[in-house]
Ligand binder design. Sequence first.
Ligand SMILES: N[C@@H](CCC(=O)N[C@@H](CS)C(=O)NCC(=O)O)C(=O)O
Length: 190
Amino acid sequence: MKLIGSTTSPYVRRIRILLDEEPYEFVNLNIYGEGRDELRRNNPTLKIPVLEDGGQELFDSRIIARYISAKQGRDPLTWDQENQLTMIDGANDSAVTLLLSEKSGIDTSQDLMFYNLQRERIMTTLRTLAAMVEDGQFEQWNYPAICLYALVDWLDFRDLVDFSDVASLLAFRDSHREYPWVAETDPRKA
Ligand SMILES: N[C@@H](CCC(=O)N[C@@H](CS)C(=O)NCC(=O)O)C(=O)O
């Protein structure tokens, strides 16, 4: 099994944590630099993660997680967990858009419709996720909890969000720092 990704991507980190003790090769690419040709050869959508296993290629963390979970004999996600993932991905995708815009020299704090929509989506999803954390809905260390951890820690690492309204998310992150593969996959170690 081969996982193509990077050490900073929150989408790759969730898969690395889910893979746990599975033996696999990790290909760490700089997808915006010298690793881009390899990315082009492996995924026409030009995104990471990509998983290869016995001739089967898989794009997108959601599909990769389904594949790994099935191999590990885990139960499929419930519809409510699927909704949690959609919220986590909604916030994560908007935050990636903000980061790439900033890297392109755009001031995303401007009062522009596109950036207002991204910031609004990030905060509405984070507020809902924070309420779910407070309600005990992320107490089990399962795939949605792993994805939430990777999102919150990455938003903090990239300094993309003011957490004062959603402090329970940082408390959730802080209480899971000792879980398996969390420290090893810290993006700050990249
Ligand atoms: N829906 C995808 C999103 C993956 C994604 O956006 N990955 C980022 C890295 S954090 C990426 O490859 N971005 C490249 C780009 O947007 O050009 C998944 O869940 O795998």
